[in-house]
Design a protein around this ligand. Sequence first.
Ligand code: AIR
Length: 425
Amino acid sequence: MESVGLSISTSSHQHDSPSTHSTTCPDFFGINTSSHYPIDPYLCAMTDSFYKGCTLGILGGGQLGRMLIQSCVNYNIKTIVLDPDPDAPCNGICSEFFVGSFNDYEDVLGFGLKADIITIEIEHVNTDALEELVRLGKTVYPDPKVIKLVQDKGLQKQFYKKNHIPTADFVLLDHEDELPNHVDFLPAFQKIRTSGYDGRGVKGIFVPEDFKEALSGPSLLEKKVDYDKEIAVIVARNTSGETAVYPVVELVFHPGQNLLDYLASPAAISESVAEKAKNIALDIIKKLDMTGILAVEMFVTPDEEVLVNEIAPRPHNSGHQTIEANITSQYEQHLRAIMGWPLGATDSIHPAIMINLLGEPGFEGEAIYEGLDEILKIRGVYLHLYGKMQTRPYRKMGHVTITGSDWNSVRNKTKQVTDTLKIIA
Ligand code: AIR
């Protein structure tokens, strides 16, 4: 591994070679079952294959990877993680953590060779290395071609257009100097084609005076949509093409920061809008011929048109609440999809609000959590801290899922949580 510039930060397990079937059961709790108890041959097969020796390689070591690992643990799947930050949220909870760049060809190649299956928890990864890993016989989900498409917002929009997927009108720009040619297209949003992330790389261009603040580099100009609601749907597709779709959720964004403020599940929308949104999401995952889960963010216009905003082929911020509020979490569903297992039920169990815990503006440094004790006293409130040592303004430090038997109780509890909990430094 050193030869590709990676360093192992923790190493609690060695990479076992895949197990071969044996007729003796493993030594459970220090009891050698083969010598003390009659052996159930079915149990033996289950324990051997479930999934001893299978190593999942995750590119990216943030919160999404951390919650994916929590599901892997339930199924005996070993996880190795690649991230440049030795303090990333996955370090300490995966089998092996590699400090290296998920953008770097050699790092990704060397890392991928250590895994049986490779997946992502962030899109900005080196897809050339992933394609090489596929050529070398490794299993990579989602397919590197899908990751490439999603990395470039221009290609994403062209894909929607070509496949008749409803989306806002757009024009592609090689350079911001071309903006004055499109005055008739305003008001619009300018989006950087690649490397935009968590609200960065998007700029409102509403009047020609805004041109001077334009983002530089290849971008797209997307017509501003007048919408009533922003919604999201998560869909899953496994290796045999079986699909599952989650109830639609409603997204409310932080004014100014373009970051999710809170999410309500399920969304308060008509049955016909929900059906439209779910069908669009299913249509996209099938047309991408994708394995894994896909989050689709959409706008609902006043006349109930549903337009796709953007997609992410991985666990997503809009699915955190599925851990407590749906029968199968998005993380487990992703695992089921890429492992070729049957997909889990997606029904919502109770209404829920999910709030992101963002670093308070004006505070930077080692994170201090205020009000934790208070919110832990509230029934049906689930706290997830991501283990990020350093806070900065608006950094995603954790989330809280608030559940209840009805919307009134969920809303009241949410107010208590937001009034109490603060992340400062
Ligand atoms: N992420 C990936 N794409 C969008 C988001 N928000 C998650 C991933 C990634 C983490 O955000 O889990 O690893 C990075 O968070 P940060 O705070 O270090 O920028």
